[in-house]
Design a protein around this ligand. Structure first.
Ligand SMILES: [Cu+2]
Length: 304
């Protein structure tokens, strides 16, 4: 069935079959997202609208802030549109043949300066609060260090024996059943649920960006400096993210896969990982100098 003319009959939108199908797909995805409170996975979905379900305190706050901003921007847009329609109709040439020669109106000018200032300051205050909230955690339970490489991620667990591993995307022809194309990695990052986790970010080549929408994390990994944020993942599951800074030819193929598990399961994984993965080898500091922040380049996964 091809397109039929669009006609709105009562509550029912009567359109071509193709459009109805699209509408249903969208509605289904919307509803499954809305009721996905206990979702075990979070990542980009086909036909997704809106943000991924938040899984950390920061992400919850970002979500709420986003919803408030959406109201503000919608009201402003409707107001401006209303003014435009009003002047277009009211002052059209046929209705208003002799135009006014008015050049300014002090009252109106003060209003259209001061009101936007109040709106912007009103937005800036919660925005800054949120930035500082996401900035640092004082009493972290553990640290995960993320190192960007062209084109994969390296992870280090300094509080658990300082082991390290690389996470490479699984190539399309090597995907096993249930694995997501362009999203699953050979070694997922495993993190405990409910713990405050400090995240440190570094890079060995160019700027990458460790971006996890459901965690509210999007931080650059920059060569020569250490960036920081934190997460406290509130439910178990597999979460997906991507490098979000153009970093070269394989930029699109260095996904992030995080498995959040209960603390006991995490401890069991750590025991296994300590045996499986190499330790971060501290490069020797030049004589008389303390070992600086170390970013291991070589000796990655040599044990593999
Ligand atoms: Cu990258």
């Amino acid at each position: 069935m091809g397109y039929s003319p669009t006609a709105i009959t009562g509550w029912r939108v009567d359109v071509g079959e193709y459009r109805v199908n699209r509408l249903f797909v969208t509605l289904t995805v919307l509803m499954s997202t809305a009721f996905a409170g206990s979702a075990s996975a979070a990542g980009p979905e086909a036909w997704q609208l809106g943000l991924q379900p938040p899984a950390t305190p920061t992400a919850v706050m970002i979500n709420d802030f986003h919803n408030v901003l959406l109201w503000i921007i919608t009201l402003i847009t409707i107001f401006v549109l209303g003014l435009l329609i009003y002047v277009s109709v009211r002052f059209r040439e046929s209705r208003n043949p002799t135009p006014s020669k008015t050049t300014h109106n002090t009252t109106v000018e003060i209003l259209w300066t001061v009101i936007p200032i109040f709106i912007l300051v009103g937005i800036a205050i919660p925005s800054m609060k949120l930035l500082y909230f996401a900035d640092k955690v004082e009493d972290a339970d553990m640290t995960l260090k993320v190192v960007g490489h062209q084109w994969y991620w390296e992870y280090q667990y300094p509080d658990h024996g300082n082991f390290t591993f690389d996470a490479n995307m699984i190539q399309e022809d090597e995907l096993k059943k249930g694995q997501k194309r362009l999203m699953d990695t050979d070694n997922p990052v495993v993190l405990p649920v409910g713990k405050k986790i400090r995240l440190l970010f570094a890079s060995v080549d160019v700027i990458h960006n460790w971006s996890m929408s459901s965690f509210g994390v999007k931080v650059d990994t920059t060569p020569g400096r250490l960036n920081e944020t934190w997460v406290q993942i509130d439910r178990a599951g597999t979460y997906y993210g991507f490098c979000s800074e153009l970093c070269g030819v394989n930029h699109a193929f260095m996904p992030i896969m995080v498995k959040a598990v209960p603390p006991a399961e995490f401890d069991a994984w750590v025991t296994k990982a300590q045996k499986e993965f190499a330790r971060v080898d501290e490069p020797e500091a030049p004589a008389g100098q303390p070992a600086a922040v170390t970013v291991k380049v070589a000796a990655r996964n040599l044990s593999k």
